[in-house]
Design a protein around this ligand. Structure first.
Ligand code: SF4
Length: 929
């Protein structure tokens, strides 16, 4: 023991100072230092001769500033509430922290009001992409200035332009097209208004006032479930995710919620504590399958036959809710056996209506009309004392004196279901028969039961049939229109709650005066895309011509003209386009002007002519809503738009002003638009666009939407900045349930509880579509059809991934680090072995359409016979050749081209052919690199 140590020890015998935070830290530090000294055990006294007096850094060290360095990371000047507009469906409220004018970080806001104490709440919401958006905003791909292309499209050669120069170029071209080729040669593409309606409306207002063609997106992306408009007469209706907790049986069908619904997946997992069982049906064993009580590793493209096999089991074993089925569905309605058409009032009465239908009343033993159909005067579906037969064959006297043999839709359905015995279904799906039986029994007995439906099944060619088969299951069991039940489809952030306010802002002179266009059809017709398959012996071109000729689907521009200009904002058309390379070499080439408004250089921007830099999600004022919850919350301006960027609102306002300026300087007379008898005076465009000056700013636009919608009556933008608000009501025009205090939202309570007719021709959930094309193609009832035949061996599966929202965040440094840093294709080990492929090999994926070259990852969870690449990779992000869309082409399903059939009519994003892509097949081989 040294002398100094001895001194120190004697100091310890002096009277102690009162215990303070400082001496506690000193003692702790010394103790820690003691224990940390090499070779120093607890029993040995260390040599501490240097840790005294002026050498104690905690007491006397002169430079203390560094101690606060890390604390200052967490300081800020202001906090602004905002969110993300990427079509994730999340709609999560975030706080953005700003210091010295720089957005330094974000944090989940976690103040969604609770629905009731028995339901898990929505807090906190978010995902890892949202958690790193501040970094994305300042990343190299950020667009800073207006750019005008100097090289070939896609070559990446640009020059910086002034706003004035770029806007003048665009304004002159749009006007030139209108006066020389017609307003329908200007096309506008933007997606998903729910994710930022003010940004959407900025451009749609311009399209509206200059007569441009507004292109659809929800059907084009194949997010629209066409079975819903067919069966229910709605676009998409789903419960909010808190309602998952109310379910006792949750079937995840083609939906990997752990990966694609990150903020909401917990509601399903927590439902298990509430007694729910989880079934997961997916070809790959994935991050949602691990939570399942029953997992079906189904063969790709066979979901429809499984559903119909289960429906057969339910009907054979009397597991249907007969009173519900009689009242709420068309299954008891009578159909003529010879014509396969519904029995109509016009058949049995001279001068009778085409849209009144009949059931066979067991009490009266005769056919009686049912209430609530489109032709019925009574707006109720109550049976009013009748007891419809579900089965049987009957004779009915017709108006012409003849007798017709009729039967029920249910009877026909039973005949159809006879095609799906358990052993056949088991063989085709690759699933054990006894497990299918278990699934059917449980679905028929555990109530309420719901299907959570995703793109995994919706992106197939026969998506309408599959949707209808799934809906059949939850309708037969009486689960639709009840909390915890139903068919709930979550693909795309399609639910714009304050819809009427939005429509007034988006298309001010009403939607009737707007050129709308289904994008799948537009992209097919205006490109060299060619579907080689025949449908009932006819090419798809025949069906397209008939549909357009009959006025079922619009096709712009008219008279064989080609589109000449395309303005794209809030979207990545080229990246997401099926038949990407076909489009690039035809439709894209034919366009004289492509304008992209964007905050980052994505594939579409790269292949454009003029790029206008837009504000990011944290630099603008807007609002956000989703079908996943019943709240509204805002985007806020954490800082002014970076560099020379502007908000979408300001960009389109400036473009409107520039068009007015050019029209004035060039002395353009008003353009008479014959289609709408509309005299368009472009010299007044800025005045029209701003609603005669009433809506100048984006905040005014938000308040306009809020103030013109039942759902948000009384709310203001300033209030939403304080915290998210739950919607106060639903507009009965567009909704099928009320927002109820303390209750999670679920649709169709108006029909089930209040007996309001369904929005269909028959006024019921309509499983029988007696349109001639459906009858000719054998699809009048839900049926199973095999995927479209393709000659290659492996299905090309491109689902939504965990590390991006479509193409957004695909190029984010942190997200790339969580994968292998570039595009990869996943393959089952057995498929890889057969092809002599090793993990991380460069592989060439190819078919008759095209090819791409990327790395391989071997994944036991992948299903043999299928390869997967999570979608959205930009073309410039690590492919040696091609891209993920190089292998796809557009295939239009004939039955999705019909119109003028009761409730089935073209409507933007509501009814029209979907841009499916899951039937595509490929081969994979080692690449020569
Ligand atoms: S990206 Fe979507 S899911 Fe993720 S935090 Fe943002 S809003 Fe939520």
């Amino acid at each position: 023991m040294s002398e100094k140590t001895s001194d120190k020890m004697s100091d310890e015998n002096k009277p102690q100072k009162p215990f303070s935070r400082r001496n506690f830290i000193q003692i702790s530090a010394m103790t820690a230092a003691t224990l940390a000294l090499p070779g120093c055990s607890r029993n040995e006294k260390p040599v501490l001769s240097t840790l005294t007096g002026d050498f104690d850094p905690l007491r006397t060290y002169p430079y203390r500033g560094w101690e606060d360095f890390y604390r200052k990371i967490w300081t800020w000047d202001k906090v602004v509430r905002s969110t993300h507009s990427a079509n994730c469906t999340g709609s999560c409220s975030w706080k953005v922290y700003v210091r010295n004018g720089v957005m330094v970080r974000e944090e989940q806001a976690a103040d969604y009001p609770r629905i009731n104490a028995d339901l898990p709440d929505y807090n906190p919401r978010g995902c890892q992409k949202g958690g790193c958006f501040t970094e994305y905003v300042y990343s190299p791909q950020r667009l800073r200035y207006p750019l005008i292309r100097t090289g070939e499209r896609g070559e990446g050669k640009w020059r910086r332009a002034t706003w004035d120069e770029a806007l003048t170029m665009v304004a002159e071209k749009l006007l030139d097209n209108i006066y020389n080729h017609g307003p329908d040669t200007n096309s506008f593409f933007s997606v998903i208004p729910a994710m930022s309606p003010v940004s959407f409306c900025a451009g749609s207002r311009l399209a509206h006032y200059i007569g441009g063609v507004f292109l659809s997106f929800y059907d084009w992306y194949c997010d629209l479930p066409p079975g819903e408009p067919l069966t229910w007469g709605v676009q998409t209706e789903s419960c909010e995710c808190a309602d998952w907790f109310n379910s006792k049986y949750i079937v995840l069908w083609g939906s990997n919620i752990s990966q694609t619904r990150i903020p909401d997946a917990h509601f399903a997992w927590e439902a298990r504590y509430n007694g729910a069982k989880i079934v997961c049906i997916s070809p790959d064993y994935n991050s949602s399958s691990i939570h399942a009580d029953l997992y079906f590793r189904i063969n790709p493209g066979t979901d429809g036959i499984l559903a119909l096999g289960v429906a057969k089991y339910l009907t054979d074993h009397d597991l249907i809710d007969a009173p519900y089925v009689k009242e709420q569905t068309d299954l008891p309605l009578l159909v003529s056996i010879s014509t396969k058409r519904f029995l109509r009032e016009s058949d049995v009465k001279n001068g009778g209506k085409e849209d009144i239908f009949y059931v066979w009343d067991a009490k009266q033993q005769k056919a009686v009309p049912v209430l609530g159909s489109m032709g019925s005067d009574k707006k109720t579906i109550q049976l009013e004392g009748t007891d419809p037969e579900l089965t049987g064959t009957f004779k009915v006297q017709l108006a012409d004196g003849k007798t017709a043999e009729v039967t029920t839709v249910y009877e026909l359905l039973k005949k159809e279901l006879a095609n799906y015995p358990l052993d056949k279904v088991a063989a085709r799906t690759g699933l054990p028969a006894h497990e299918i039986e278990q699934f059917a029994k449980e679905l028929g007995t555990r109530k309420p039961a719901m299907i959570i439906h995703g793109a995994g099944t919706n992106h197939w060619f026969h998506n309408d049939l599959t949707n209808r088969s799934f809906i059949l299951l939850v309708a037969l069991t009486g689960n639709v229109g009840k909390n915890g039940g139903g068919f709930n489809h979550y693909v795309g952030q399609e639910r714009l709650w304050p819809e009427q306010g939005f429509f007034k802002l988006a298309f001010p002179e009403t939607r009737k005066k707007q050129r709308f266009q289904n994008t799948t059809l537009w992209s097919y017709v205006h490109s060299t895309n060619k579907d080689p398959h025949l449908y009932n012996g006819k090419p798809i071109e025949w069906y397209i011509q008939e549909s357009v000729k009959n006025g079922w689907m619009p096709l712009w521009p008219k008279n064989g003209k080609k589109p000449r200009a395309m303005v794209i904002w809030r979207a990545n058309y080229l990246n997401q386009a099926k038949g990407n390379e076909i489009l690039e070499s035809s439709l894209w080439k034919d366009l004289d002007l492509i304008v992209d408004i964007n905050y980052r250089m994505d594939t579409t921007a790269l292949y454009s002519d003029v790029v206008l830099p837009a504000a990011s999600y944290y630099e603008k004022v807007d609002i956000n809503s989703t079908d996943c919850h019943s709240y509204i919350h805002p985007f806020g301006k954490a800082c002014e738009p970076l560099f020379e960027s502007k908000t979408d609102w300001d960009i389109f306002r400036a473009l409107a002003a520039k068009i007015a300026d050019v029209a004035t300087k060039k002395g353009f007379k008003p353009f008479h638009d014959d289609a709408f008898d509309w005299n368009r005076d472009f010299t007044q465009l800025e005045r029209d666009w701003t609603g005669k000056g009433a809506i100048q700013s984006d905040e005014q636009a938000v308040n306009f939407i809020l103030g013109n919608a039942e759902e948000t009556k009384g709310m203001t933008y300033a209030q939403l900045q304080e915290k998210p608000r739950r919607f106060v009501a639903t507009d009965p025009e567009s909704w099928n349930s009320d927002v109820e205090e303390g209750v999670a939202y679920t649709p169709f309570k108006h029909q089930v509880e209040k007996k309001r007719p369904w929005r269909t021709l028959t006024g019921r959930q309509q499983f029988y579509i007696d349109h001639p094309w459906y009858i000719d193609l054998g699809e009048q009832l839900p049926t199973f059809k095999e995927p479209v035949a393709e000659k290659f061996p492996l299905y090309w599966n491109t689902p939504h991934g965990r590390w991006s929202i479509h193409s957004t965040w695909r190029d984010h440094r942190a997200m790339l680090r969580l994968q292998r840093g570039g595009p990869i294709v996943y393959m089952n080990p057995e498929d890889a072995r057969k092809r002599g492929l090793q993990d991380n090999d460069w592989v060439r994926i190819h078919n008759d359409i095209g090819h791409c070259v990327c790395r391989l990852q071997i994944l036991p969870g992948e299903k043999p016979g299928r390869v997967t690449m999570y979608h959205g990779w930009e073309k410039y992000l690590g492919f040696k050749e091609g891209g993920w869309q190089s292998l796809t082409y557009i295939k239009i399903k004939p039955t999705q081209l019909i119109g003028k059939y009761g409730h089935v009519n073209f409507r933007l994003n509501y009814w029209g052919p979907t841009g499916n892509n899951r039937d595509i097949k490929v081969e994979v081989e080692k690449a020569k690199v």
